[in-house]
Design a protein around this ligand. Structure first.
Ligand SMILES: Cc1cc2nc3c(=O)[nH]c(=O)nc-3n(C[C@H](O)[C@H](O)[C@H](O)COP(=O)(O)OP(=O)(O)OC[C@H]3O[C@@H](n4cnc5c(N)ncnc54)[C@H](O)[C@@H]3O)c2cc1C
Length: 714
């Protein structure tokens, strides 16, 4: 029987757990990873690795190996829709639409400008062994497959888990300061009673992994995936195929074919029946193929209500599960691991207070919610595409075929319908060109010190990204010359859990103050003076010659000052205290209380609104609200507030606190009784910065919301 003591126990050796192990090793955290399976996943499920993931892999020395095995951009720069792969009927093998994707072809410009790392494609069954090797090399003996965590308890100081080595049957105890639940969900979160908010999709996705030579029929050397919409209808009238390597483009040997089964429908999933089904769908009755695996899964769009419970942190699929559209599952999982690793290191080293770990939820939960909503909306939009082809659910097969015949005909109506469908299909750029979703996200609250600047606009289609070095955002990329070498801004941070201060050429005071503050707080810090004429830094940094940007170990901006300050030492000391969670001037419960009182105080009478604003806002409070100019100061905000709503109800969905920041999701409904009646329901994400128990900054985010306004009849 073994009895181990480690600072961190990672449960789960999927993409999330393995990435966490690599990052924890790099930042110097001893840990144990246990994975119940004997080996990594055999299934080619997740495959698309976006630029943010590749930046993280580059930071941790994993990217080169991933690029060596992954698809080059040239072989993943298009997504295609067709009627079938092959066949010789008039409606067979017809192209319906092609979209440039993932930073290739027509999308290359912004992707190449905005990151040092191209996206790539490497299916899970090839990526996980690579991650496992990197994890094991860094922490020999600490990455244990064939080990299952049976159960665990936690108290004020520790988590104690019972772990069984399945090869020997021996069960032992692992005592850890923290537990990272990367177990894919349904286990640890459930045992802690954490509800998952959201829904299941209500249908099953069947995935078939097979080998076949499709080079004569595949949609071209640059196509990564093809979506099929069949004119024939039938039980499986829409399906998708993804190249799974190990060679790419027309040389690809392995494939993943995914199709949906409606509720209640069943199909024979035996290997012979599945092989016959694949041949039938591809219209290649004599195709020689080898089935590797058939798997089933129920897509969900769910987010855990809490990402932290005591000493346990939920990450990856344990924290959020989404449909595959936009490929945000594994990518988000890797960002979760990256976000928590440096924080655990700082806390375990005694450099930060445990409060820093609360920022994990404050930062990652809203990001997860956004990603889950996005994935679901992109997934559902495929139905809109099908409708634009005239392929409506429940349509009789003859009508469907007739509709496709007209659509693909050389008649004026065929041309019109194809032109109309092209416009509709272009909306799927929100899935395949989701550049802003992938790298433009920002943490509205957490281990950051807001600078009161307005957030850049977000493209409702998730495509156009606005680089900005605003606190909470991912550090924008620019190529620089440093020590005679060409480096990206992200390369300045390193992989060991250090911070970087990027300054203008006249910012000596910041540099001296930062070095001093870093020494006092015991955190590694690199100071880098950047010539503003170098690369595109001046355009994205938002600082003048005397300004500075403080970057966290995970390459998110922690703080920024546009210019010099004669209080640099004090300011940076306070910044580090806040980021390291050392300065919650109020308890988290008090934070929450202030914001709740404030929000419920915004009604029901104009007088109550005014008195609440007067009582809670500081004189230099900043209020940002999408679509309206930023308001600075209590007076301006008071002037802008609607003076006359008769009822305002606020229902809190979720409140998270970190340092001096409170993050709230709320649903409001307002009714104005005098004048024309207006009922307004809105779901709002809001972040509040608190100072001395009052509100110093307040930002509402409507972009993830439903806004319904209506004027009742009469
Ligand atoms: C068809 C499909 C396509 C997808 N495409 C993409 C894509 O292109 N890009 C993308 O980013 N995402 C994609 N995803 C999502 C992605 O697969 C998942 O989000 C990701 O794999 C989750 O990784 P994870 O490590 O969090 O969880 P998992 O991979 O589920 O790993 C959890 C691990 O924990 C282990 N475990 C559980 N309980 C215990 C225990 N008690 N003790 C020890 N071990 C335990 C399990 O055995 C498992 O190995 C896709 C998903 C599907 C189904």
């Amino acid at each position: 029987m073994f009895d181990l003591d480690v600072p961190v126990l990672v449960v789960g050796g999927g993409g999330c757990g393995l990435a966490a192990s690599i990052f924890l090793s790099d930042v110097g955290v001893r840990h144990l990873l246990v994975e119940r399976r004997e080996s990594t996943s055999a299934l080619p499920r997740a495959h698309y690795l976006n630029q943010r993931t590749m930046e993280i892999f580059r930071q941790h020395g994993v990217a080169d190996d991933v690029y060596t095995l992954g698809a080059p951009l040239a072989n993943m720069s298009e997504v295609v829709w067709r009627t079938s792969l092959a066949g010789d009927g008039p409606l067979d093998a017809r192209d319906l639409y092609r979209i440039d994707a993932f930073g290739g072809r027509g999308t290359a410009g912004p992707y190449a400008t905005d990151s040092a790392c191209p996206s790539t494609n490497l299916p899970q069954h090839r990526l996980e062994p690579l991650l496992r090797r990197h994890a094991q090399d860094r922490a020999p003996g600490s990455v244990r497959f064939n080990h299952v965590m049976e159960d665990f308890t936690q108290d004020e100081n520790h988590v104690t888990a019972r772990v069984t080595d399945r090869s020997t049957g021996e069960t032992g105890t692992v005592r850890a300061r923290y537990l990272l639940a990367a177990d894919g969900g349904r286990g640890i979160g459930r045992s802690l009673g954490v509800p998952m908010d959201g829904d299941a999709g209500g249908f099953t996705i069947i995935s078939v992994h097979f080998s076949a030579d499709l080079s004569r029929w595949w949609s071209g050397d640059s196509a990564l995936m093809t979506n099929f919409v069949s004119p024939d209808g039938g039980l499986i009238s829409a399906y998708a195929m993804v190249a799974a390597g190990p060679n790419w483009g027309l040389a690809c040997e392995e494939w993943a074919l995914h199709f949906n089964l409606p509720p209640g429908a069943t199909v024979d999933l035996g290997p012979d029946a599945v092989a016959a089904r694949v041949r039938e769908l591809l219209k290649l009755p004599d195709l020689s193929l080898r089935i590797h695996h058939v798997s089933e899964y129920l897509p969900e769009a769910v987010v855990a209500r809490a990402f932290r419970v005591g000493r346990v942190f939920l990450a990856g699929d344990a924290a959020h599960r989404q449909p595959p559209a936009t490929g945000l599952g594994l990518n988000s999982a890797i960002q979760d691991a990256h976000n928590i690793a440096w924080k655990l290191a700082a806390v375990l080293d005694g450099k930060a207070d445990d409060a820093l770990l609360d920022s994990y939820e404050a930062e990652r939960l809203p990001t997860a919610r956004r990603n889950v909503d996005w994935a679901m909306s992109c997934f559902l939009n495929h139905g809109v595409l099908h409708a634009s082809l005239g392929a409506m659910p429940g349509m009789p097969p003859e009508a469907r075929a007739a509709s496709f015949r007209e659509l693909l005909s050389d008649t004026p109506m065929g041309q019109t319908r194809r032109a109309r469908a092209r416009e509709v299909f272009a909306t799927q750029r929100s899935e395949y060109q989701a550049h802003d979703i992938e790298i433009g996200f920002a943490y509205p609250a957490g281990a950051i010190v807001p600078d009161g600047s307005a957030a850049p606009p977000r493209d409702p289609m998730g495509v156009t990204y606005h680089p900005v070095a605003r606190p909470g955002h991912r550090l924008p990329h620019a190529w620089l010359t440093w020590d005679g070498e060409r480096v990206g801004t992200h390369d300045l941070v390193g992989s060991r859990g250090g911070f970087a201060l990027l300054t203008g050429p006249m910012a000596d005071d910041w540099a001296i103050a930062a070095k001093r503050a870093a020494e006092v707080h015991g955190v590694p810090l690199a100071v880098v003076t950047i010539d503003p004429s170098d690369g595109g830094w001046a355009a994205v940094s938002g600082i003048g010659d005397g300004g500075a940007v403080l970057v966290r170990p995970d390459n998110h901006v922690a703080w920024r000052s546009p210019q010099a300050s004669d209080r640099a030492a004090d300011e940076l000391d306070a910044v580090f205290r806040r980021i390291l969670g050392k300065e919650p001037t109020m308890s988290h419960g008090e934070h929450e209380r202030v914001v709740r009182e404030f929000l419920t105080g915004l009604g029901p009478t104009p007088a109550a609104v005014r008195s609440t604003l007067d009582r809670f806002l500081t004189d230099d409070c900043v209020w940002e609200n999408p679509g309206t100019p930023v308001c600075r100061g209590k007076r301006q905000i008071l002037e802008l507030m609607p003076p006359d709503f008769a009822r305002l109800e606020v229902e809190f969905q979720h409140v998270a606190t970190a340092g001096d920041t409170v993050l709230v999701e709320r649903v409001e409904s307002m009714l104005r009784a005098d004048g024309p009646p207006i009922a307004l329901n809105l779901k709002v994400m809001a972040a509040f910065e608190l100072r001395d128990g009052r509100i110093s900054a307040w930002r509402d985010y409507f972009d993830i919301t439903t806004l319904i306004t209506e004027r009742p009849e009469g």
